[in-house]
Design a protein around this ligand. Structure first.
Ligand code: ZN
Length: 148
């Protein structure tokens, strides 16, 4: 996995989603390693959010609930099928399902299918966005040129 950095960017190529199982997340506060999960904050030097991408194997259920102190999370499902449980409510998920969870939401999820379940999790401090949508962007007067 090669990381490219510039003055105003960093990028990497994780490969196809089917290759996510090569990644493994371990943390002192976690009793077991999580196969197939890749956090991006450190590699990309993200400063206002954490993003992870994960493959959950067929018929695998996350074995715990969790909530957050300050951060809201967006779960963006990219492929496969499963179920998401928030405060006891169950939402079916598949490619294109997007779920926001407030910090206090008690959540867990599972892959109850025979195919892999793929998703992104974006975590940011709840209430930290000031403007909305495109109001933070500025037009740059520069001709668009591609070297081809
Ligand atoms: Zn979380």
């Amino acid at each position: 996995m090669q990381i490219k950095r510039g003055d105003h960017f960093s990028s990497l190529d994780l490969g196809n989603l089917e290759k996510l199982m090569q990644y493994r997340f371990e943390h002192d506060s976690f009793p077991f390693a999580v196969e197939g999960k890749k956090f991006l904050r450190d590699d990309l030097a993200l400063s206002g959010m954490e993003v992870s991408v994960q493959e959950l194997p067929p018929r695998f259920a996350v074995p715990f609930h969790h909530r957050h102190k300050e951060n809201e999370e967006l779960y963006f499902f990219l492929g496969g099928r499963g179920e998401f449980q928030i405060d006891g409510e169950i939402i079916p998920v598949r490619e294109g399902t997007v779920i926001r969870v407030s910090p206090g939401g008690v959540r867990t999820w599972r892959n109850n299918s025979d195919e892999a379940l793929y998703y992104l999790v974006i975590q940011a401090k709840a209430g930290s966005m000031n403007g909305s949508d495109i109001s933070d962007g500025e037009d740059v007067k520069k001709k668009v040129v591609w070297p081809d």
